[in-house]
Write a protein that binds this ligand. Sequence first.
Ligand code: SF4
Length: 318
Amino acid sequence: MEKHVFGPVPSRRLGRSIGINNIPPKVCSYSCSYCQVGKAIRMQIKRQPFYPPEMLVKEVRQLLQQLQHTDEYLDYLTIVPDGEPTLDSQLGALIAQLKQFNIKIAVIINGSLLYLPDVREDLSQADYVSVKIDSVVESVWRKINKPLKQLQLNTILEGISTFAKEYKGMLVTETMLLKDINDNHESLEQTAAYIQTLKPAIAYLGIPTRPTAMIDAFPADEETVNIAYHLFQTKLNRVELLTGYEGNAFSSTGNFEEDILSITAVHPMREDAVVVLLNKTMSSVEQLNKLLDKQMLKKVYYQNNIYYVRRFSSTFYR
Ligand code: SF4
């Protein structure tokens, strides 16, 4: 049976969190050039129900029960699907039901639907919202985020601003820096100035640290990241870089196949992390090869490292 809840996984921002995948693979309003889970399979801006919240909550409860007898601790339940979580019209109901576990709830969004009052209302219940703002320059935004044509940048930025004013939880922004796409001074300057108006708790600057959807999407170089950091710092209280690999502290439910398939659906895993997981679950490399043979996983090379990524079936929507 397909699992929609995974972890706990280490997160660069959220400590240890359980991930909740509330929409089917790669349903998104954007098709970002750096997306780590591949090109969007289905692009849309219309909200709709996907999985019943009760089903997702049941999976969370089961995982928490499994973790009860371990020394695992948790910082967050994080709604972070391999697509855009606000496309789920039952997001509000899901967050409301997750509150019963008394664990903070985070949602990682691309911000494109925040112009909709019902999306803002749903997210108002979350403790932490991270919104993507890669560029506020129209041409750069189109190039990096590859939005659906009917989306308008001005409307999106107004929506994000309205949410920032209304929201009582912890709002952070994330800006991914890509070489020769959004790392020029004009884009960085304008983006930092806009983010300043939102008064986020933290403005994160990231670079892709895993394989990207487009082969021409490269991380900005260290020099440029340093320039961007200092430029953002002149306008914002707290700026942090997200440029490192999280390490190998992926947790295990004891079942290698289940663990690697659920983790790689959202996080490609570096080879050394997979080896740690194999050891932790007392599994053999044959089990890994079996998943490769069945085309459920793919081995890719990126910046001198081998990664394992989840393969999604293109027949999913037929
Ligand atoms: S990075 Fe996020 S917003 Fe961009 S295409 Fe991938 S899932 Fe969608």
